[in-house]
Design a protein around this ligand. Structure first.
Ligand SMILES: [Zn+2]
Length: 349
């Protein structure tokens, strides 16, 4: 099994998209991305737009010849959109890649109005139904029953989680659970994963109470202790406090707890968290956003990294060989390429 995380907050965009090569299948989960329109009163910085372009290209390349595409839910950063803005994935532009692929999706029950409308629009533009994957199994793929999108006491919808298994091990994509629901955690642990990719709690958001923060921490400790590698990203890494949370969890548990960028050997690009600093470090020319909206500018002068890691996969078998040496700490180091500039220059605090 080979895993490639395509786009998420530590890779510079909102979302939790990934590609998994397993047996003779190419599975793409949550092909979508977004940039929050205003953060700290600022529009997306051109560096974010440039990174977003790369992620959009990675997702599009992953969709080509995909055998299976999964929609864990219908938030804008997880799906192609009919009315995509310049920072999202346009459904009309990728619809042809969905013609013969197997589709797996959150069912139509319990969706918010917005999610139901997006689902309907997607069905129309793809010209295909989106079959309900809840609790389904197909070869190496298995899907959970719906679990809460974060806090189970708030009606912010539900998501499905995906389990994949081959001779190398078990990988679980648990989407936007934010570690706030114990039942979701029980499902993941019962699936006995080697590697879990999940959204952590939205520490930046004022709606997250201290009690929920403690609950997320306790769940994270359980999960970190129950799996070989825990990758936490998405909502958690919309603030640099989230990165400290990940590092604290790793040191407290002594386990392999990483953000997606670390897992992929990619520079950490928490661009949303550092939007103010981006504006200070790289001033934006007057009228840039207006010109961008008219498609009269490009991001070439804001491409701050080469993207040489874009074609990289992480092999579960290689990770297993490292584990058989029996040293968790060594594994952590091996996941960080020697001499790699883990923090994008000028963009990390
Ligand atoms: Zn999300």
């Amino acid at each position: 099994m080979k895993i490639k995380i395509l786009g998420t907050e530590s890779l510079g965009v909102r979302g939790l998209s990934c590609e998994v090569r397993i047996e003779n299948r190419k599975v793409v989960i949550d092909p979508g991305l977004a940039l929050v329109y205003r953060r700290y009163g600022l529009l997306p910085h051109p560096v974010q737009a440039a990174v977003g372009e790369r992620v959009r290209m990675k997702i599009t390349a992953a969709l080509e010849n995909a055998t299976d595409i999964v929609f864990s839910h219908f938030h804008r950063d997880h799906i192609p959109l009919l009315d995509a803005n310049p920072f999202q994935l346009s459904a009309p532009q990728v619809a042809h890649l969905f013609r013969i692929v197997r589709l797996w999706s959150k069912g139509s029950e319990g969706l918010s109005n917005h999610m139901a409308l997006r689902r309907k629009a997607l069905i129309e533009i793809l010209g295909r139904d989106l079959p309900n994957a809840e609790n389904q199994k197909d070869g190496p793929l298995k899907f959970s029953l719906p679990v809460p999108h974060g806090n189970p006491n708030v009606t912010s919808g539900k998501v499905i989680m995906t389990r994949m298994e081959d001779g190398d091990g078990v990988f679980v994509h648990s989407s936007d659970i934010q570690l706030l629901d114990s039942e979701a955690l029980e499902i993941i642990l019962a699936w006995q994963p080697d590697i879990v990719l999940a959204s952590g709690p939205a520490l930046y958001h004022t709606s997250l109470s201290p009690r929920q923060q403690r609950q997320a921490w306790n769940n994270a400790v359980r999960l970190a202790n129950g799996v070989y590698i825990l990758i936490l990203d998405h909502h958690l890494l919309r603030s640099t406090a989230g990165l400290r949370w990940v590092e604290h969890l790793a040191s407290k548990t002594g386990r392999n707890v990483l953000c997606a960028a670390d897992f992929m050997g990619h520079p950490r690009c928490l661009l949303e968290a550092q939007r103010v600093r981006l504006y200070n470090d790289m001033p934006v020319p007057d009228g840039w956003h207006e010109a961008d909206a008219r498609d009269e500018t490009d991001t070439s002068t804001f491409q701050v990294y080469t993207g040489t890691q874009d074609n990289k996969y992480v092999s579960m078998a290689a990770l297993k060989r490292m584990r058989s040496k029996g040293d968790q700490a060594a594994c952590r180091c091996d996941l960080y390429p020697q001499g790699d500039n883990r923090d994008m220059e000028g963009v990390n605090d």
